[in-house]
Design a protein around this ligand. Structure first.
Ligand SMILES: C[S@@+](CC[C@H](N)C(=O)[O-])C[C@H]1O[C@@H](n2cnc3c(N)ncnc32)[C@H](O)[C@@H]1O
Length: 342
């Protein structure tokens, strides 16, 4: 646990005011006109002109938040998180603002609603909530994805899995690919994006996750390219055959729960993380099911956790897979395994 730290008083005061006058402030903002500054970024006129003289500046807000976050779960990321939270708080008044904008306008006074919004965001971050959930969005494979607490935040390591599928897919004409445990839809959508000829299906046990995956597919223009089905592993596609089965399944051992960061343990869905006492429970069921679902010559590609390569290799061999190959991530940890059904 980290020590409790007070949110700077000026921010707390603003947050209380915002909570009690939420509706009137929203109504008020709706009437403010928008303008463009030299950088071309749209700026709410009230933000630029009407801030009271003693209102906090961008610089003071940033350093106040950085100080507060330095006492939170990730002091190493305090500055970066402070910038991201301030940009989120500014979103309505300065749409499109970037870190460069913060630097260029650091002496500018912030409107009261900005400080108030910021205080609420800082409170959430201090409680351990990941920035991506606070923002409601993250990036995967250079595409924006909505995320919320119903889905795992897609990780950069998982891009290795997509890359593997992208290299295997051209072996097949109109490859039939199924992604098991779609979550936000990150893998299925990235694969559909990279493999225009592929026929992509995604399964997911959580209805709430599936709904978000559908929203992501719709937003990114892949709704008609991917079939999203709810159910256990490959059960929703029983009787169908595929050229490629891909999955980033839950693979954390229950016994490691306490060693996880607060962000993961307390905010990401348990159903997306844990797989029995040793973390291998889902592979035990998924690998034989994948063998059955694949055409001869088809491939399974799976993300794996630290130290799981030998156990997963055994499971693949027992099921009849051949040509087992591992791909390491940037930390040189085997992260993706792929194998061929003979
Ligand atoms: C580690 S997350 C991966 C999410 C996403 N594919 C990604 O890489 O960001 C695992 C996903 O599998 C889903 N899941 C867990 N057990 C499942 C099962 N038995 N059948 C289908 N999906 C399952 C979880 O709900 C979660 O969305």
């Amino acid at each position: 646990m980290w020590k409790t730290i007070a949110i700077p008083e000026s921010l707390s005061r603003e947050a209380d005011t915002l909570k009690s006058t939420h509706h009137s402030r929203r109504g008020g903002l709706a009437h403010h006109s928008e303008g463009r500054n030299k950088s071309g970024i749209a700026v709410n006129q009230s933000f630029m002109q009407a801030a009271p003289q003693n209102a906090p500046t961008i610089r003071s807000l940033l350093s106040g938040v950085e100080r507060a976050l330095a006492g939170g779960p990730h002091p190493d990321r305090a500055r970066r998180d402070a910038e991201e939270l301030l940009l989120l708080a500014l979103q309505r008044d300065v749409p499109g603002a970037t870190r460069a904008w913060l630097i260029a306008h650091d002496k500018k006074a912030a409107a009261p609603n900005v400080a108030a919004n910021l205080a609420l965001l800082v409170k959430r971050r201090l409680a351990g909530e990941p920035i991506q959930y606070i923002a409601g969005e993250t990036e995967f494979y250079r595409m924006p994805f909505f995320v919320n607490r119903d889905v795992l935040i897609p990780r950069p390591e998982t891009e290795h899995l997509v890359e593997k599928v992208v290299t295997l897919a051209p072996v097949f004409r109109r490859p039939r690919i199924v992604d098991v445990g779609a979550g936000s839809g990150a893998i299925a959508i990235a694969v559909a994006h990279e493999c225009p000829d592929a026929v992509v299906t995604a399964t997911e046990i959580s209805q709430a996750a599936l709904e978000l995956a559908l929203r992501n597919a719709e937003r990114l223009g892949y709704k008609d390219r991917i079939r999203f089905l709810q159910g256990d592993l490959l059960a929703p596609v029983a009787g169908h055959v595929f050229d490629l089965v891909v999955s980033n399944p839950p693979y954390i051992a229950e016994r490691d729960r306490d060693s996880l960061s607060v962000e993961v343990r307390d905010f990401e869905p348990a159903q997306a993380l844990f797989a029995g006492n040793d973390g291998l429970a889902v592979y035990h069921r998924l690998i034989p099911a994948a063998f059955t679902a694949l055409v001869p010559g088809g491939y399974v590609a799976l993300e794996i956790g630290y130290g799981q390569s030998e156990a997963v290799r055994d499971l693949l061999s027992i099921s009849g897979f051949q040509n087992v190959e591992f791909t390491s991530d940037l930390q040189n940890i085997p992260r993706v395994v792929c194998a061929r059904r003979p």
